[in-house]
Design a protein around this ligand. Sequence first.
Ligand code: ADP
Ligand code: ADP
Length: 232
Amino acid sequence: MISVKGLEKRYTIGDTAFTILNKIDMQADKGEFIAVMGPSGSGKSTFLNLLGGLDTPEAGEITVNGKNIHSLNETQRTLFRREHVGFIFQNYQLLPNLTVEENVSFPMYSGKKDKQEIKKQVSDLLRSVSLEGKEKNYPSQLSGGQQQRVAIARALSMNPNLILADEPTGNLDRRTGTEVLRLLSSLHQKNQLTIIMVTHDVYAASYADRIILLKDGVIESDIRQTEGANQD
Ligand code: ADP
Ligand code: ADP
């Protein structure tokens, strides 16, 4: 599903080049739930952005669903993102002037679906994240956990096979964070969804079935957790 080969990312500040990712190799199968951990500044977000085609590497290859994403031009890459990837961010990134329903549905309008079909899908999506009845609310009228569940529904709206989540529980307390983690975990199990989640939180990572530790530009460890480490 995902194959990463010799991935390199550098930033140049003044005359100095900093190697953030140094020849990373990684494979992920369809349906894996992977946590990417590592110290602050170790390149976790950079790695995720590269996987989602939001950033370009200096060298290396990333193949998602058989597509080498960096051989695509800008337009093709935007299309690729829309069709294959759902993003979830620490700060939810909902549009404040749109209702819950509108936030979830607007990625769909770039497709060819008709209004009635979209309405039905939004309602199904909101049910799947336990937010039925909140259709007309604005993000500011929701708790952080609820906002993140709206963001998850939006991420799922284009029926992606890959979810990239950057510190999805970073702004949430343990209780609401747990709700979000359980939701991700159940979506992953039910729909065979591949999830790659950046987190610095060991508790959040315990929901994944594999933990990749990034350090000093390389993968320091890549460990599969025993089934059910956190299936509460
Ligand atoms: P993490 O998510 O692990 O905290 P990041 O991927 O955000 O790490 O950043 C990795 C390193 O790359 C950091 O040292 C950061 O300062 C640097 N970095 C990230 N983006 C840029 C950029 N656009 N320009 C220069 N340096 C950057
Ligand atoms: P852009 O012109 O920035 O590509 P889009 O219309 O594609 O704008 O998306 C605008 C915003 O909608 C994004 O910044 C993002 O927050 C959200 N969004 C769009 N598609 C997705 C998706 N597949 N997963 C999560 N959020 C999305």
